[in-house]
Design a protein. Structure first.
Length: 108
């Protein structure tokens, strides 16, 4: 994932979460909203109370890898915020991939 495709500011995160649409499943919460930027942007959040920094970063890397593999599923000019749920900690990569791809397909 390129640096241009990352939601960085806290204000943008909160704006997408408060005013955007939401999809949920057992492993992820996905917020999305149209944006004025010409490219898609993603923000990934793993709460601190779930695990230590090493495991949080490992989950973020898995999610980023899934997003890179399925670039054709999301549209330009949208912001996406993915919040990882605690049930992701003990699941394998294939399960996470299937569930996240299902949510992305559901948007379109």
């Amino acid at each position: 994932m390129k640096k241009i495709n990352i939601v960085r500011s806290n204000q943008d995160f909160n704006d997408v979460i408060k005013t955007g649409d939401c999809l949920k499943n057992k492993y992820f919460i996905l917020y999305y909203k149209s944006s004025e930027y010409p490219v898609y942007r993603f923000g990934i959040s793993v709460p601190k109370k779930f695990c230590n920094a090493v495991n949080r970063n490992k989950l973020k890397r898995k999610v980023r890898n899934i997003l890179d593999n399925y670039k054709n599923l999301y549209s330009k000019q949208k912001d996406y915020i993915i919040i990882v749920r605690k049930s992701c900690l003990n699941e394998d990569y294939q399960t996470l991939e299937d569930n996240l791809v299902y949510l992305l397909k559901k948007i379109n």
